[in-house]
Design a protein around this ligand. Structure first.
Ligand SMILES: [Zn+2]
Length: 221
């Protein structure tokens, strides 16, 4: 496995699984945030254009996002796990076309499937640390509650982020469904989408992914 795209709604455990896949296959897990920070830090034209959009509080246009990703692949090589890109169908098409120019393709597109009720439960039970930013699930028995000391660092306090409430969750889920569902549909048409049941512990989900990844390899032959 050299090129994986990971798709899933907010709180589907995408970030966690991306990190595990990254360790397992020795691939860099790449978020759009990381791509952006790299370009902005390097002061490239693309980075500056992106920054001006962000300063105005705008989302990046598809074309700019695609150029940023193309530039990342050129600098770092065509080995990656993308987490958070592609976010729209035009981005999904652009990634496939870009790789095609190098006679390459994606090895697998993993779509994490988690029931909405489980996602909502996860989001509203999420606590963040004021100091180390680690995220925890509320656990009354273990004393993981709002206002408690952080179990991971010295001096941090656990709190609920403003955007971790049901209303914001509904909006984020709706936005995901509106845009990113088309990305899943596109890869499904190409026969590259591997739907994985994402309801369970990180260990359970990861072993499901590993078990089913071989299906991607056969699809691509
Ligand atoms: Zn902490």
């Amino acid at each position: 496995m050299q090129r994986i795209v990971l798709l899933g709604p907010p709180a589907s455990g995408k970030g966690t699984q991306a990190a595990r896949l990254s360790d397992h296959f020795d691939l860099e897990s790449v978020s759009t945030g990381a791509v952006l920070r790299e370009q902005i830090a390097q002061g490239t034209d693309l980075g500056q254009t992106a920054e001006s959009h962000l300063d105005r509080g705008e989302l990046l246009p598809d074309e700019l996002m695609n150029d940023l990703v193309a530039s990342w692949i050129k600098d770092n090589g065509p080995r990656f796990i993308f987490d958070g890109y592609p976010r729209t169908e035009p981005q999904a098409v652009a990634l496939v076309e870009l790789l095609k120019q190098e006679s390459l393709g994606l090895d697998c597109v993993i779509g994490l499937k988690v029931p909405k009720s489980v996602l909502r439960e996860r989001v509203t039970a999420r606590l963040s640390c004021t100091k180390c930013n680690h995220v925890f699930q509320i656990d009354e028995d273990e004393g993981v509650t709002p206002g408690a000391d952080c179990p991971d660092c010295n001096g941090g306090t656990l709190y609920r982020r403003d955007d971790d409430n049901s209303e914001t969750f509904e909006l984020r889920l709706e936005e995901y469904a509106r845009k990113t569902q088309a990305v899943e549909d596109y890869y499904a048409r190409l026969g590259q989408l591997l739907a994985i049941d994402g309801d369970g512990t990180p260990d359970e989900v990861f072993s499901r992914i590993l078990k089913q990844l071989s299906q991607c390899a056969t699809n691509n032959e």
